[in-house]
Design a protein around this ligand. Structure first.
Ligand code: CA
Length: 386
């Protein structure tokens, strides 16, 4: 079996309503799917992290830089392929877009391996380690409305009402306003419910302490990306000085980047992004490193139904840390804001919202060999911009 073609599909749709986080407001959704075709007729799918024009740049790396290295190679030799590509990319980017591009290809190779073995990905990885996965619903994105705190309070209450096991909000208006937003979310969900706060690295360490002390009082479950990902010392100071758990890592890449983050004792919850950090091959090594440092993992999840399904498999196959009769559980991050690439891409939808509602906050494991899902070709053709 040989790799015969690697194709990027960059999809985009306009949003009815502008959404924002601490760095920008945006009006369109993007998804970057990677399709790897083989001489045996088996096709694998993957996804690369990266919105908007980042996806267009990553497409060029997938098709113009990586594809020529891989045509004719055995798609099952995933480790050999990963290391060959990384060795060729190393001088040109050990983090960022080259590794995002490699991630989408690696995920597709694992999809192929599962199909060849006739096993769902989570079984190929040695799972299941759990039969169901708790789901947290993230929402409360920034919007330019007159009373955002009231809007956050109502949205948080609605996410709890929809059945999610926990919820996550954005901040980024400035420390004082952000504390008011967090209070509104606590009011919306009530006292006996987990909520998390995602700053997307917008604070100085001093401002992060100001917000973090308020989150300690509000009993937030974690404080995500409080400061710049490069500021590992700032992370460590916050972790030592706040009661609220510090989470982060979505902007970190490969085992070597994660090694530094973990050795700095920067995070209490690790959030690796499989579609960015180097794909499934590298994700497994990063989880092993996290567990070697006794840092529990809750995957960062962003993107289409391909990324969501990939993460469901990875969460199903993730060992407990620590173990026990009632072990600490990871959760599936699920964006509750509008996204057609998550809800309408697959011929057979995942129906996560329905499962969450009916089960009280969890999803079952995906079936079928490999990822067990395939995108609808007509849907891709309709939304493809490159
Ligand atoms: Ca985040």
């Amino acid at each position: 079996m040989k790799i015969t073609r690697i194709t990027s599909h960059v999809l985009q749709h306009k949003l009815d309503q502008e959404l924002g986080y601490s760095q920008q407001y945006f009006t369109a959704r993007t998804a970057h799917l990677v399709e790897v075709e083989t001489s045996d007729g088996v096709t694998g799918w993957g996804e690369c992290f990266g919105p908007g024009n980042i996806a267009l740049a990553n497409r060029t790396i997938v098709e113009q830089v990586l594809q020529p290295m891989l045509l004719g190679r055995d798609p099952l030799a995933r480790e050999a392929i990963w290391h060959h590509c990384y060795n060729m990319l190393r001088d040109h980017g050990q983090k960022g877009m080259p590794i995002q591009a490699l991630s989408g290809i690696d995920i597709a190779l694992w999809d192929i391996a599962g199909q060849v073995a006739g096993l769902p990905l989570y079984r190929l990885l040695g799972g299941p380690c759990r039969e169901r996965i708790p789901v947290y619903g993230y929402g409360m994105m920034l919007r330019r409305v007159p009373d955002l705190a009231a809007a956050f309070r109502d949205e948080a209450a609605a996410i709890r009402e929809a059945g999610y096991a926990a919820t996550k909000m954005k901040v980024g208006l400035g420390p004082r306003q952000d504390v008011a937003l967090a209070r509104a979310v606590r009011e919306g969900v009530g006292e006996d419910y987990r909520f998390m706060v995602d700053a997307n690295h917008c604070y100085t360490t001093a401002d992060a302490f100001y917000v973090g002390h308020a989150l300690d009082e509000l009993g937030a479950y974690w404080f995500e990306e409080p400061v710049a990902p490069e500021d590992k010392a700032g992370y460590a100071e916050l972790r030592a000085g706040l009661k609220t758990t510090i989470a982060g890592g979505e902007a970190e890449f490969t085992r070597w980047g994660w090694k530094d983050l973990l050795e700095a004792r920067a995070v209490g919850i690790a959030q690796p992004e499989v579609c960015a950090l180097g794909g499934i091959s590298e994700f497994l090594k990063v989880v092993a490193l996290c567990h070697a440092h006794f840092v529990p993992v809750i995957n960062h999840v962003w993107g289409s139904a391909i990324a969501v399904t990939t993460n469901m498999h990875l969460l199903a196959a993730m060992p407990d840390l620590p173990g026990g009769l009632h072990p600490w559980q990871p959760m599936l991050e699920f964006d509750t804001t509008p996204n057609r690439f998550r809800d309408e891409l697959l011929a057979e939808p995942l129906e996560i919202q329905r499962q969450v509602r009916e089960s009280g906050g969890s999803v079952g494991l995906p079936g079928g060999p490999g990822l067990g899902v395939a995108p609808d070709r007509d849907f891709i053709a309709h939304y493809r911009i490159a």
